[in-house]
Write a protein that binds this ligand. Structure first.
Ligand code: FAD
Length: 516
């Protein structure tokens, strides 16, 4: 068997159509796999653990409020980027209203009482950064040159539109040619982590700011890419929230003839003679298909559903050593208050930290859902705080439900106190509260150790091509954030497309797409 998951043909090269596929998981990757497979004549069905689609891209209702627990911003939400065409193919561009995100975030340092808006006007952003730290003017110029250089790039064309497994020498050459103008911004000091690059700033406050534009571990070019997209107007907000982005993809899949079964947790992937042949669900029922695709959590797929029988050193090493997205606590409030003019994303360096588990919480991210009427009744708003936390501590705590619930309540009170400093009287306006912990993410989506976006996209990992097959196991593929380091909506959607491109190649038929 080779990297495309194929066994030498026994059919004399005859074209094969109408094969059946079972997909595990109706997150974005699973639904995407299903849509493209249906478009290409495969008969598919999806088994999903939860009661609704979307995985980590989800919303839930509390009282009159809608809580969005997922996607903060959608890149390439407007025409002109190939990623937008991906949204169109999957039927989620047209019914949704994507709103332009003109300010990425506001950074607030409570300790120095400084704040700065990261806006799409890179000239004024440069000025603001220089005013923030005049001694760093030269390094700021260097940083902004990179952001400007990535403007005008088609992100989908930078290695996502064709699966790496099918790329030949000429494709790679073509890719390098397309990237020739910007290539240098992906190498050298820009390929290092933002934390490393940040050491070149004199002012430690500026260093913290730059590190917290996303995560300190990501390569510098990742921030260039975000700022370039922001400046080009290719960063959007979901007017209807994450779930409304997902539901049209589920509809597209069903319109194409696919079927999703919810409340259906796969416990075991059935294997005969080193070929995946089906799945066994938690209710004991068995279902068979020609091909199995897991778009579910990587660890449980490999080590539980397949009992760790198809691993090599590379996989073992990955699951032992690669860093994961640090899990989150997310505290949402429904408040009888408007937040007119406030940026929807805020990063706050707290003056007064608080303890959660063994970790002092020094930073919180605040999301304010003031850009759409879909989240709260008129005159009211959802405001959400989140911070990084420890998996083991919460996992242990949830075994004692009353203590777990009491801790959630305490954390909520701590957060509200911090919000009071920015929004006086907010405590008296709270009508709804909701606290999600890493365990909540695990319970609903099964992501390993609450890592809501999979592998942390460090410079070492982000460019690694993770194989979508497992060694020695035929007719089996993996899609989603555990094979696309760093996760994110476009890579996860593309991963499903890639698998179907590989299947079509394997079955010697052209890959077709259609639009709804
Ligand atoms: C708070 C937050 C903010 C984010 N912000 C952004 C952003 O701004 N921009 C962006 O692009 N991305 C963002 N992301 C990331 C993005 O949403 C994810 O990377 C992507 O949605 C992951 O999709 P997936 O299908 O690979 O995985 P998942 O969403 O995890 O889907 C896997 C599915 O498999 C199911 N499953 C698991 N085990 C089983 C089993 N045994 N049997 C059956 N089903 C099973 C799960 O229930 C789940 O539905 C964010 C994510 C979060 C949580």
């Amino acid at each position: 068997m080779n990297e495309l998951g194929e066994i030498p043909p026994r059919n004399g090269g005859r074209k094969v159509t109408g094969k059946s596929i079972i997909i595990i998981g109706a997150g974005l990757a699973g639904l995407s796999t299903g849509c493209y497979a249906q478009m290409n004549g495969y008969n598919t069905q999806i088994f999903e653990h939860h009661t609704k689609p979307g995985g980590v891209a989800t919303c839930w209702k509390r009282k009159d409020y809608v809580i969005d627990g997922g996607i903060h911003f959608l890149i390439c939400h407007r025409q002109g980027q190939s990623i937008y065409e991906l949204y169109r193919e999957l039927g989620t561009a047209q019914p949704n209203r994507f709103l332009d995100m003109t300010t990425y975030l506001r950074y607030i340092d409570e300790t120095s009482m400084r704040s700065i808006l990261i806006t799409q006007n890179l000239d004024s952003l440069t000025k603001e950064l220089k005013a923030f730290s005049p001694t760093d003017a030269r390094t700021i110029d260097d940083f902004m040159v990179g952001a400007r250089a990535l403007q005008g790039s088609d992100m989908g064309e930078m290695g996502l539109s064709k699966p790496p497994e099918l790329m030949g020498f000429m494709d790679k050459l073509g890719l390098m040619w397309k990237m020739r103008r910007v290539f240098k911004y992906f190498t050298g000091k820009y390929a290092k982590s933002v934390a490393d690059y940040g050491r070149t700033f004199h002012d430690p406050r500026l260093r913290l700011l730059i590190e917290n534009l996303f995560l300190p571990e990501v390569p510098v070019w990742f921030i260039f890419m975000l700022l370039g997209l922001l400046a080009d107007g290719h960063m959007g907000l979901l007017e209807g929230g994450s779930l409304n982005f997902v539901l049209p993809v589920e509809k597209r899949y069903e319109d194409l003839g696919g079927k999703v079964t919810y409340n259906a947790t796969v416990e075991k992937i059935l294997v005969e003679n080193d070929r995946a042949v089906g799945v066994r669900l938690a209710d004991g029922s068995e279902h068979r298909a020609d091909i199995i695709v897991s778009a579910a959590d990587g660890y449980s797929t490999i080590f539980n559903m397949l009992e760790g029988r198809y691993v090599d050193k590379e996989i073992e090493e990955r699951y032992r050593n690669w860093k994961l997205f640090r899990p989150l606590v997310m505290v949402s409030f429904g408040v009888a208050r408007e937040f007119t003019g406030e940026p929807c994303l805020n990063i706050i360096k707290l003056e007064r930290s608080f303890m959660v588990g063994n970790k002092p919480i020094e930073w919180i991210t605040i999301r304010i859902f003031n850009y759409s009427s879909k989240f709260a009744p008129v005159g009211k708003t959802v405001i959400q705080a989140m911070f990084e936390t420890e998996w083991d501590w919460w996992k242990e705590l949830q075994k004692d439900r009353p203590t777990y619930e009491a801790e959630k309540e305490r954390v909520m009170t701590e957060v509200l106190e911090r919000l009071e400093a920015h929004y006086p009287s907010i405590s008296s306006q709270v009508e709804m509260t909701d606290v999600a912990t890493p365990y909540t993410w695990w319970r609903y989506t099964r992501n390993h150790r609450g890592a809501f976006e999979g592998w942390l996209p460090t410079p070492e990992v982000i460019n690694t091509q993770v194989k979508k097959t497992l060694p020695g196991l035929a007719n089996f593929y993996m899609a989603g954030q555990w094979v696309m380091p760093g996760g994110g909506v476009p890579p996860c959607l593309y991963s499903g497309r890639h698998i179907v491109q590989i299947l079509c190649h394997r079955d010697e038929k052209p890959f077709s797409i259609s639009f709804p």
